[in-house]
Ligand binder design. Structure first.
Ligand code: SAH
Length: 259
């Protein structure tokens, strides 16, 4: 089957736009954002990575659309995490998986915190290019440590943040990578759009099976849910692990409304 193509990007502006032209440009930008968004949610992360690598403009356009969407939300999860993590000890090491424009790093690094930011496209400054479902380029082993039963070794990360970034059809692998890079007892914070959940309890169970203990769940916000987990020993053999990683239907793709 031939793969669908993105609607063309709107042409560069020559003269100031009339209000009708502005409206039309808004709809075109919106259509393109929804197309890119759908591709990111409905593809394996390696396919999404390749698409963005071949056309970095797609990433820029996606983020313009994404910012436009979250502007209408009462709170942006990233702002919540910035204020929460600002109160953590300055030596805390944070890994932001699927960081977008690295808002966490930009806010917290000046306060003395270490924030390591990963996304499918680098900005050449804060963001390290990585497919976080395949491999986060940080130390940490899944090979179990005899001194710390059920845990790997070599990790240096205290907190992993996944803010609206569990996107590809292989998203549970990102949770597995979070476990690999977190120190024993480290924290995993996940924010996801409420409409994506078919069964919140089953989602929590999946994360726990990958080696976490659920600490809290906050559904007080109208648009997204906040989860906190703590890394604990994992008691899952390879077969069990493979099975958990296939339960991707627990998060539906996020569909944004037309502008
Ligand atoms: N966390 C940021 C950005 C959210 S948009 C914020 O809240 O502002 C979701 C981001 O996740 C996008 O930038 C997308 O490129 C990234 N993402 C999705 N899947 C990814 C993957 N497999 N590896 C790296 N980044 C990914």
């Amino acid at each position: 089957m031939e793969k669908s193509k993105a609607p063309p990007p709107p042409a560069a502006n020559q003269a100031p736009l009339t209000s009708l032209q502005k409206k039309m440009k808004g709809s075109l930008d919106g259509a393109r954002f929804r197309w890119i968004n759908e591709e990111l949610y409905k593809s394996h992360s390696t396919t999404a990575h390749e698409m963005l690598r071949n056309d970095p403009d797609v990433f820029r356009e996606y983020h313009e659309g994404f910012r436009h969407q979250v502007k209408s939300w009462p709170v942006n999860p990233v702002d919540h995490y910035i204020s929460q993590l600002s109160k953590y000890p300055v030596r805390t090491v944070v890994a932001d998986l699927g960081c977008g424009d690295a808002a966490l790093a930009q806010a917290l690094i000046p306060k003395g915190m270490v924030v390591l930011s990963f996304d499918l496209v680098s900005d050449g400054a804060y963001v390290v290019e990585a497919d976080v479902c395949e491999k986060v380029p940080l130390p940490g082993s899944e090979v179990l440590d005899e001194n710390s039963p059920g845990m790997g070794k070599g990790q240096l990360v205290d907190v992993v943040v996944c803010a609206l970034s569990l996107m590809g059809t292989n998203w549970p692998s990102c949770v597995k990578e979070a476990w690999r890079i977190l120190k024993p007892g480290g924290e995993l914070k996940i924010a996801e759009v409420t409409s994506r959940f078919s069964d919140v309890k089953k989602f929590e169970k999946l994360v726990c099976e990958l080696g976490f203990k659920a600490k809290s769940m906050d559904d007080s916000n109208s648009h997204f849910m906040l989860f906190e987990f703590k890394k604990v020993p994992r008691n899952l053999g390879q077969k069990g692990l493979d099975k958990v990683l296939t339960q991707t239907a627990l998060l539906k793709p996020c569909e944004y409304k037309r502008r």
